[in-house]
Design a binder for this molecule. Structure first.
Ligand SMILES: Nc1ncnc2c1ncn2[C@@H]1O[C@H](COP(=O)(O)OP(=O)(O)OP(=O)(O)O)[C@@H](O)[C@H]1O
Length: 252
């Protein structure tokens, strides 16, 4: 499914945070939004998934403006994993995964055939199946993050929006989650901080600075020492890995 955002502008308390951003996110690819702290990544993602009021802009899924879509209609197409996943009630891991099926239910329906299986499959994918009866609150930060990703996967989305999906994860799960996301074969737009992992896993990169997309393209085209200096104000060398030719970054 194609995700387009056109002329998205957001200002908060009179300050311009996202400045007329236009994105045509490559279909069935894993794209990342990169930028320094405070450059506007979260705000842009929230504007795309409609939890942030915008000054202007249109978001389209397969060419259709989603402004008039109901929440459920959006959720049947697009799943979101935000940066802060506070769930303050007493839910089990399975309850959380099953919440991903909600967009497919009518008002009075509880669960349908296949919901449990879909939730279990998603929990297996993120390595949390054996935790299904645990209380969500009792999990570590990284375990919670994996369960919240499972909830998004249970939604069976065509578009997945992720804000720092590997934030709390150790290196093994970082790599595992990124390869799960890559193998989904759906349209993914993720804010990421680790430039090396973004270069290794992503098909397309958007580089954001002070509320604007200043570069976009395949990693080989945009991940250069000049761009890294411009966006992050650090010196780096970028070179192909001797193992698979993917870009590696060494900070100097
Ligand atoms: N509700 C708010 N009130 C005031 N300022 C805000 C609000 N939300 C965001 N901002 C400001 O907007 C700017 C962009 O924030 P945003 O969270 O989008 O950046 P980011 O690129 O996701 O940063 P990070 O990498 O640190 O997560 C920041 O300067 C932030 O302080």
């Amino acid at each position: 499914m194609r995700l387009e955002a056109e002329n998205i502008a957001v200002s908060i308390a009179g300050k311009s945070i996202v400045k007329n951003v236009t994105l045509d996110v490559p279909e069935h690819k894993f794209s990342a939004l990169l930028g320094a702290n405070g450059s506007g990544k979260t705000t842009l993602l929230r504007a795309i998934y409609k939890t942030q009021k915008t000054d202007s802009g249109t978001v389209r899924l397969d060419g259709e403006d989603i402004a008039r879509f109901s929440g459920k209609k959006i959720a049947r197409r697009m799943a979101v994993m935000g940066q802060f996943n506070q769930i303050n009630f007493d839910y089990t891991v399975m309850d959380i995964a099953l919440m991903g099926r909600y967009p497919f239910h009518t008002l009075l329906e509880r669960e349908k055939d296949g919901d449990y299986e879909a939730a279990l499959e998603a929990l297996s994918k993120v390595g949390m199946k054996d935790y299904r009866d645990r209380n969500f609150q009792s999990l570590s930060g990284g375990e919670k993050q994996r369960v919240v990703l499972a909830r998004a996967l249970t939604q069976n989305p065509k578009v997945l929006i992720l804000d720092e999906p590997t934030n709390h994860l150790d290196i093994r799960y970082r790599l595992e989650i990124l390869s799960i996301i890559k193998d989904l074969g759906i349209t993914v737009l993720a804010a990421l901080h680790d430039l090396g992992l973004a270069a290794q896993y992503c098909d397309y990169l958007y580089l954001m600075r002070q509320g604007e997309i200043v570069e976009s393209g395949v990693p080989e085209a945009v991940m250069t020492p000049e761009t890294i200096r411009r966006i992050f104000e650090v010196e780096a060398a970028v070179y192909p890995s001797p193992i698979d030719g993917k870009l590696m970054i060494q900070y100097l």
